[in-house]
Design a protein around this ligand. Structure first.
Ligand SMILES: [Ca+2]
Ligand SMILES: [Ca+2]
Length: 131
């Protein structure tokens, strides 16, 4: 019984190490990997663009009033929310700036609920190659 538990632990450790090694050997997305786009309102035009920094998503632009111009820009560094700028009246100028994810997430949830799943993420370490 004891031998079996030891064996299980060894296998588990090997499994975890293998997973880590395998993951770290994954080549990062090439610099300038094509941005990923989403068409939130299904009109055939992209409304959310995820830009990569060669590894993870680094910037997200969203056109939340569907006029073809981005009005929300999220800056992400090393997979973490850094800041967000919002043009709330769609005149091309930033009217609101968020420096922490919770207040930005709250704003999106209250004002742009249709964009929740694209803009409100707690972990931005999204490899562009995983899309
Ligand atoms: Ca669209
Ligand atoms: Ca817009």
């Amino acid at each position: 019984m004891k031998n079996i538990s030891v064996l299980v632990v060894i296998l588990l450790v090997l499994f975890l190490m293998g997973g880590r090694l395998g993951y770290s050997q994954l080549a990062p997305a090439p610099q300038g990997a094509a941005p990923k786009t989403y068409d939130v309102n299904s009109d055939g035009k992209p409304d959310v663009i995820y830009h990569g920094d060669g590894k993870y998503v680094s910037k997200v632009e969203a056109d939340t009033n569907y006029d073809g111009r981005p009005d929300v820009v999220v800056h992400i560094k090393d997979g973490k929310f850094e800041s967000a700028e919002v043009d709330t009246d769609y005149d091309g100028k930033t009217d609101k700036k968020f420096n922490d994810a919770p207040s930005f997430n709250k704003w999106v949830n209250e004002n742009k609920p249709g964009f929740n799943d694209k803009l409100n993420k707690t972990d931005w370490r999204i490899d562009l190659m995983d899309f």
